[in-house]
Design a protein around this ligand. Structure first.
Ligand code: NI
Length: 172
């Protein structure tokens, strides 16, 4: 296991579409997932996608207990999601502040679906099928975007709602 370098916005690798994982329960996938968790933990992240550490595979991880970077976030179960798909439930959208380990120091206000169903597999091929809302749904949309080469600033409606953490949240 190793903490890996996280690519930053501007690196063209982040704008690629990632490839599906073809085989489960492999050493390669286990090592990737372990490295992703170690990297995410080292940076207090809420989620991480494989392309952020330079691996063009459709693998994301996420999970929030008490996270100092997201003090008001509801808990999200620690999850490995391989080859994910999601569909909105209803048309309700919700604005919320997002951050990204590939965009360090900044937050932006992004509109996301409030409710969705997501499906995929863990690293051993066990299927995952959940219906979620709110912050959990936001994290899934953000991480799955990475697999299609989309970073949250590309979804900003108002560039003024992108800023440095210490300027936006001086009391945090
Ligand atoms: Ni991100």
């Amino acid at each position: 296991m190793a903490v890996r370098n996280v690519l930053k916005m501007g690196d063209s690798f982040l704008y690629r579409k990632a490839e599906p994982v073809a085989a489960f329960s492999t050493q390669e996938l286990d090592t990737l997932v372990a490295d992703m968790f170690e990297t995410m933990a080292s940076l207090n992240g809420a989620g991480l996608a494989a392309p952020q550490i330079g691996v063009s595979k459709r693998v994301v991880i996420f999970g929030v207990e008490a996270n100092p970077r997201y003090p008001n976030a509801d808990p999200v179960p620690t999850t490995v999601l391989v080859n994910p798909r999601w569909t909105p439930i209803g048309e309700d959208m919700e604005e919320g502040w997002e951050g990204c380990l590939s965009v360090p120091g900044l937050r932006g206000m992004v509109n996301r679906y409030r409710n969705l169903r997501y499906q995929g597999f863990d690293q051993n091929g066990q299927s995952i099928d959940r219906t979620v809302s709110g912050f959990h749904a936001r994290v899934v949309q953000h991480e799955c975007d990475h697999l299609d080469g989309i970073l949250y600033p590309m979804r900003l409606k108002d560039i003024r709602l992108l800023g440095y953490e210490e300027a936006l949240f001086p009391n945090l």
